[in-house]
Each structure stands twice: as C-alpha cells, then as structure tokens.
Design a protein around this ligand. Structure first.
Ligand code: ADE
Length: 356
C-alpha cells in the first residue's frame, strides 16, 4: 500500500492524468476503503463532473463502476492547475520585483546615452545590475546612488534614440528620463568639458527645404518645434550645478572649473563640423549645443507625458576641428555629463517627486 501511495504521489507530482489512472487501475483491492471516501467527497462536491466523466465512458475501464480513480484523476488535474498558477505567480513576482523595489512610487528613472563611452561611469556605479534586451536594445536595471534606474545606450541618431526611448517607456514605465552625453558647442563661451542643461530641445534638420533654403518644421499639436524641459527637473539640475565636482576644463590659458549653463540643445542626424552651419543654427534656433539624439527622446517622452531632460557636456565646437576635438575630449566630457547625472539622481531623491 505504501509503495502504491508513493506511486500515486509521484504520478500526481509528474502531473499526467493518464498515468494516475493507470496506477489506480492496477492498484488492487486494498484501496477500497479510501476510494469510497474519495468518491463520496467528490460526489458531494462535483456531481456534474461525475456525470460528465460517465458520459465520456471512462467507467468502462473500471468494470462498469464509477470508481474513485476518475475522481482522483480530476483532482490531479485541479492540483496541477493550482500548482501551475502558483508557479506563474512566483515567476511574475520575481520578474516584477526588481522594477518595483527601492523608490517611493515604484517607477525607476530612465537614463539614456548614445554611445557606450557615455554610459561607462554610470554603468560602473550601478548596483544590483540586471540586463534585459528588447528589439536588440539592452537595458540595465539596478540602483544608482540608491535610486532605482534603467540604463540604455541607444546608438547614434534620432531613429535609434526614439526607438530606445519608446521601448524604455513601454517596458519600464520610468517616472522621468534623463539623456546624458556629449555635444558640439555652438555658444562661443563654451569649452570642452562644460555642461549644458537643456531648457528646451528641437530637431534642427526637420522641416522644409526649398530654393530659399531650409525652414524648420511647422509646429503641430503632437510635435512642437521646441520641447520644454519640466521646471522641477531644471531646478534639480540647478542645485546639482552648485555642488557637483567635475573634471577641469582645458583652455588655451590652462585649466578652469567647468562652466554649467542652462541652454538650448538642438538635435539632427548629422555630425556638425562647419562654422557656416554653426552660424546658421545659432541664428535659427538660438542654440547653445548640437547633438544627435536629445530632441528625439524628449519628443517621445513629451508625447507620453513623461518628464525628460537632456544633459550634455561639450566635446568639440562643431567647427572644422570638431572631429579631432571629439576624439580627444569625448572621454572627459562623457564622464563630466555622467558625474552631473549621478549628482542629479541624488538631488532628485532628496526632493519631492517630479510631476509632468
Ligand atoms: N556630438 C558631439 N559633437 C557633435 C557635433 N559636432 N555635431 C553633432 N553631434 C555632436
């Protein structure tokens, strides 16, 4: 009897109803007492099931009687469903937990960069790191400065940036998004290593090209020309500016402490290395820095009512020597932007929640 019981238990655990039937069918007389008890129980509880099973003519297999085997078979199925349900709940809880832990409203802060160099310092500081990939974009979840974050590197350009931003919003539901990286300086007062806090962003290559030249896009309800950064994030960034420690800026007269300014950041799918273009962009957009992703991310976030801010450190001056400067200063500028972003996370944790 003990052996048969183990057999039944195993079959139950393995979860195949037909195996259970076989075990019971072969089990012999010694089970009769228990069978009856089981039968009675299920008769009371599940009369309709018994009828259905009778209809299926399973009773034939047990010598014309409605045996307890059938009911145990049914119980196995129910037991398995319960166990499956429990497993699903546990798996969901385990998968959801890293997204919920550690912040007051359960929403992480999304931090995007375009290049791996721009992500390096942030990634090094990340605690409880986990990776998830969607449509080829890898997101790192974890904690930075005690704050729950999701990090991703989008790749260069507006399309990559918009795709990554959309995935970030859809899969991780961040409470706010920060873009951190480097930019070409349009404002002549800026030098490599300086920081621009983006008050507003625009796409400088989105518009109309005629014989009269280029005209920026006509604003629509879904796509304004400029996306304004939320006041709360800007105020937090101002507090960061007052206390952040950045790598010194190299100038022709030696080194100086990096300048942090609020400014206009414009975005387009071209690396600008032309003084003529710099003059045109300054004139048309009154812009301080040019890069290739920020406005795309800001627009996606704005459309979904998720607060977003772009932080950029200057790597070059978008002039004829821009490419050489970019290669020379990218590491220093990227690290400065990352350090600024880390301090911003501390400030955001200190101050109340951002609302769109
Ligand atoms: N990112 C860094 N420097 C840039 C430049 N000169 N043009 C566009 N994007 C940039």
């Amino acid at each position: 009897m003990a052996t048969d019981r183990i057999c039944i238990g195993l079959t139950y655990s393995l979860g195949t109803e037909s195996k259970a039937k076989t075990v019971f069918r072969n089990s012999g007389e010694k089970y009769i007492g228990q069978k009856n008890a089981g039968q009675k129980h299920y008769r009371q509880k599940n009369k309709w099931q018994k009828n259905r099973w009778q209809k299926n003519r399973w009773q034939k297999n047990v010598g014309g009687k409605i045996g307890w085997q059938e009911y145990i078979g049914r119980e196995n199925r129910r037991g398995n469903m319960t166990r499956l349900f429990q497993i699903v709940i546990v798996v969901l809880a385990v998968a959801w937990w890293p997204l919920c832990a550690g912040s007051s409203d359960g929403r992480p802060t999304g931090i995007l960069t375009a290049l791996p160099e721009e992500m390096q310092v942030l990634s090094q500081h990340l605690k409880d790191k986990r990776m998830r990939t969607f449509l080829g974009v890898t997101f790192q979840t974890g904690k930075l400065e005690g704050r729950k974050v999701v990090l991703a590197t989008s790749g260069i350009g507006k399309i990559n940036a918009a795709k990554t931003a959309a995935l970030l919003l859809d899969r991780f539901n961040p409470g706010e998004v920060i873009f951190s990286g480097v930019a070409g300086g349009l404002n002549p007062d800026l030098a490599p290593g300086d920081i621009v806090i983006g008050t507003r962003t625009a796409q400088h290559d989105f518009g109309k090209l005629t014989e009269r030249g280029f005209e920026p896009q006509t604003p629509t309800a879904e796509t304004p020309l400029f996306i304004e950064a939320p006041g709360e994030l800007l105020r937090a960034a101002d507090r960061v500016a007052a206390r952040v420690k950045l790598a010194p800026v190299l100038t022709t007269h030696g080194t100086r402490t990096p300048r942090v300014i609020r400014g206009v950041i414009i975005t387009g799918d071209v690396f600008v290395a032309s003084p003529t273009k710099v003059a045109e962009l300054r004139e048309t957009f009154k812009a301080d820095a040019v890069e290739m992703e920020g406005a795309a991310v800001a627009l996606v976030c704005w459309q979904q009512r998720v607060p977003c801010m772009v932080i950029r450190s200057i790597s070059d001056k978008a002039d004829v020597g821009a490419w050489e400067d970019f290669e020379r200063f990218i590491k220093m500028a990227a690290d400065n932007s990352a350090r600024f972003t880390l301090e911003l996370l501390r400030v955001l944790t200190e101050q109340p929640k951002v609302t769109p």
